[in-house]
Each structure stands twice: as C-alpha cells, then as structure tokens.
Design a protein around this ligand. Structure first.
Ligand code: FES
Length: 96
C-alpha cells in the first residue's frame, strides 16, 4: 500500500525477477532499480536523502526522480526509473 512507503526509506521488492526500490520524496512515490548501474550493488542498503540515493559500494549518487547520475560527474549511466501509479492506495509499477 502507498501508505507503507515513507520518505528516505526504501521498500525493496522483487518483481519478475527484478529488484525494485519504492520510496517517497516530497510526498511522491518513486520506483527505481534496486541494482546500481555501475557494478550491480544492492541499493536497498544505500543512503537515501534529499531525493538522492547513494550506492553503498563506490558512492555513486543518483537523482531518485529521474535516475540521472549526480556523482561522479563524468559518468553517464543512469539509474532505471519505473513509472508509478497509485490507485485506491495501491502502488502499481510500470515497465519504464
Ligand atoms: S556498484 Fe554502485 S557505485 Fe559501484
């Protein structure tokens, strides 16, 4: 349920074999890949703050709202972001 998803915490799900994190930023629910695009680290144990997620392995940072890499500045591999719909309090995650 959408109410279970809180700011700066990640709820990890496996959907069709894919690790997906659900989190909330400024009231909006986002769904992103649970695997870092750099070397596949588990982002569910990464640091979430200010609309960003930081990978626990090498410290890459991504914007949660659009997946854009924020650090290091010369890297272009984005974090996959999935479309989210909330219908009657239920979270639906699309293909993205
Ligand atoms: S695996 Fe995430 S920054 Fe290297």
């Amino acid at each position: 349920m959408a109410a279970d998803i809180t700011e700066n915490h990640a709820l990890r799900l496996v959907i069709d074999g894919r690790s997906i994190l659900l989190t909330r930023w400024q009231g909006v629910v986002y769904a992103v890949s649970g695997r870092c695009p750099h070397a596949g680290a588990d982002l569910s144990v990464g640091r979430l703050a200010n609309g960003r997620i930081e990978c626990p392995m090498h410290g890459w940072k991504f914007n949660l709202t659009n997946g854009k890499p924020l650090y290091p500045p010369d890297e272009g591999r984005p974090l996959r972001v999935y479309p989210v719909q909330i219908i009657d309090g239920v979270v639906w995650v699309g293909e993205g």
